[in-house]
Design a protein around this ligand. Structure first.
Ligand code: A3P
Length: 332
């Protein structure tokens, strides 16, 4: 039986990268490298990394995995509702609690400690392990190699379902920049952020390693690979695909109602998914007005054109072509 590495190791970042990230995120020892994935994660990940790796997985679990800013909150809302027979009442509970990001503690414990302490008893891993009902709906931005060992066993003996969302990396980068500014107080120019995104030293680390780690498993029966751009262009088709994957029936009428719930306007104004209760708890109500930033921000394909120079765009294109060659994956 082929099993993957059942351990993770931590490595201090080299001095130059550490200083750059510490300055950008205004915090000493802000990040650490987590291997074998070369993932760059908040140092607090040390508190929960092993617990995540050893987390028992159930066959009925549904995991929504992604690099940040790929429309994963949007896809999670779709998947959770399909999986819960369109329980719109239940969907009024915070998404961060009803289908938690397994590594959430490491991401918010420093910047949003009050919300964390009040809302999550223990850590986000404890929440997934003990405090959400089965079948569990869980999210993660972690790369393949540092997810729970049971979830990623090569022999697929525990066949939990995995849905992966991917997005054009140029739009992902723009969106990630704004998100980091809003939630993690990033102080950097967009160009500086592009540099760390391109060289794999931004939060969560190398982008292509992440995407291709899941793309290479796209044909496994327990894996569904979804692109943000396809959700934008034809949400009803993706709803049908997700429902079939989850062994659920949805009527045309139900799809119509779900599309309304999932519309950009409705998601932007929905406190169960727009992160505003967490942000307001830490920063006060006026913060969102002052910064003019939003977690559910613009929701468009091609916003990179409003942010990237021609030269930077070309660098992204070359970088993407190099990594996509021969993989069969493409982004428009
Ligand atoms: P933008 O910053 O480009 O607007 P994630 O949930 O993985 O962090 O992804 C966030 C991105 O998904 C944001 O992109 C957000 O606006 C977008 N998004 C969320 N809900 C959406 C919806 N209903 N329609 C289109 N985009 C949506």
């Amino acid at each position: 039986m082929k099993t993957k590495t059942a351990s993770i190791t931590y490595k201090e970042l080299d001095k130059e990268t550490a200083e750059k990230l510490d300055k950008m995120f205004q915090k000493k020892n802000s990040m650490i490298e987590v291997n074998p994935s070369k993932a760059i994660l908040p140092t607090a990940f040390r508190l929960i990394g092993e617990d995540i790796l050893k987390l028992p997985i159930h066959e009925s679990d549904v995991w929504l995995c992604s690099y940040p800013r790929t429309g994963s909150t949007w896809a999670q809302e779709m998947v959770w509702l399909i999986g819960h027979d369109l329980d719109y009442e239940g969907a009024k509970a915070l998404q961060q609690i009803r289908c938690p990001l397994v590594e959430l503690t490491s991401i918010i414990i420093d910047n949003h400690p009050n919300w964390h302490e009040e809302s999550i008893k223990g850590t986000s891993v404890d929440l997934v392990r003990y405090n959400i009902p089965h079948p569990r709906y869980v999210r993660s931005h972690l790369p393949w190699d540092i997810l729970p060992s049971d979830l990623t066993r090569e022999d697929n003996s525990v066949k939990a379902k995995i849905i992966y969302t991917a997005r054009n990396p140029k739009d992902m980068c723009v969106s990630f920049y704004h998100y980091c500014t809003l939630v993690h107080y990033l102080k950097a120019t967009f160009e500086e952020f592009c540099e760390i995104f391109l060289n794999g030293t931004g939060p969560f680390g190398p982008v292509w390693n992440h995407i291709l780690g899941f793309w290479s498993r796209r044909d496994d029966p327990n894996v569904l690979f979804i692109k943000y751009e396809d959700m934008k262009r034809d949400l009803p088709s993706i709803i049908r695909k997700a429902a079939a994957f989850l062994d659920k029936q949805v009527t045309d009428e139900q799809i119509g109602k779900l599309c309304e719930h999932l519309s950009f306007k409705s998601m932007k104004n929905n406190p169960a998914v727009n992160l505003e209760p967490i942000i307001e708890k830490t920063n006060g109500k006026s913060y969102l007005e002052q910064t003019k930033l939003r977690f559910i921000r613009k929701g468009e394909i091609g916003d990179w054109k409003n942010h990237m120079s021609e030269e930077m765009s070309q660098r992204f294109d070359d970088w993407s072509s190099k990594h996509l060659e021969g993989t069969g994956l493409n982004f428009d």
